[in-house]
Design a protein around this ligand. Structure first.
Ligand SMILES: [Zn+2]
Ligand SMILES: [Zn+2]
Length: 257
């Protein structure tokens, strides 16, 4: 099992998970051209994708997903709420295969098991996912205002984690955002700050952890060094052991063994 990122942050997100010959994309917030270019860095072609899972309707996650899926005839998995709120992205004439899922019910695509879980975020029915091949678990969590006991339970025992470290609380307060945007980003339905992400990490069973990447970093209200330091402190590891899901570069394939 391996995974990689095409990019992460408010300008667009996409992650790819691979188990044997099955590959799933999680979100696609890039144009078709940009998605193809970023996939090429990972030696991926559109016809190698078995599906796209969309976590919620925000532009940086759903903005490119439906057009890409329609063009390359890739099935889509999403909650009913995300479907209802995504009409502006869905081409009028299409033969998209849309699979509506319950955010508490596991489903499988080829060799990949997907365990969705609901998260507090200002979208209609947002979910995040744990991917598994039956043995190894990759937990992904971004776009979450605060953590819940259910999130901690779901992410515990993963071998790989992609965790939102959106902002540093003091940088957000002192930063350039308007009062309203600061309130939104820092609120219960906004985005996770470094220390909240670290607190969540401290509650998980990390005994099998092989990879951890900080994701969805704000370009204005965070730095990779601050995000890494927050997570490294919990794991008592070197800061450089913590990876970054970069907005431009994403991150290269990571193998879970
Ligand atoms: Zn986002
Ligand atoms: Zn969002």
């Amino acid at each position: 099992m391996r995974f990689a990122s095409l990019g992460s942050g408010s300008a667009g997100n996409a992650l790819v998970v691979e188990v044997n010959q099955t590959r799933l994309m999680l979100d696609c917030g890039f144009s078709i051209k940009e998605t193809l270019a970023r996939m090429a860095r990972l030696n991926l072609q559109p016809d190698e994708l078995a599906g796209i899972v969309i976590t919620h309707e925000h532009d940086d996650h759903a903005g490119g997903a439906f057009k890409f899926a329609a063009k390359y005839k890739i099935p889509v998995w999403l909650t009913y709420g995300t479907f209802k709120m995504s009409s502006r992205y869905i081409p009028t004439q299409h033969d998209l295969q849309l699979n509506v899922v319950d955010s508490h019910s596991e489903f499988s695509v080829g060799d990949i098991h997907v365990q969705p879980y609901p998260v507090p975020h200002d979208a209609r029915e947002p979910m995040q996912c744990v991917f598994s091949d039956g043995n190894h678990k990759l937990g992904v969590l971004t776009d979450v205002g605060r953590t819940t006991p259910h999130i901690a339970e779901t992410l515990s025992g993963c071998k790989a984690l992609v965790l939102e470290c959106n902002h540093d609380a003091s940088m957000l307060q002192a930063g350039p955002y308007s009062w309203a945007l600061k309130k939104r980003v820092g609120g219960d339905l906004g985005h996770l700050e470094n220390q909240d992400s670290a607190n969540l990490l401290s509650k998980l069973d990390n005994s099998q952890l092989q990879h951890i990447l900080a994701a969805h970093l704000s370009a204005k209200n965070n730095t990779p060094a601050l995000a890494k330091a927050s997570l490294a402190k919990v794991l008592s590891c070197q800061d450089d052991w913590i990876g970054i899901a970069d907005q431009l570069e994403g991150f290269d394939w990571r193998v879970i063994t």
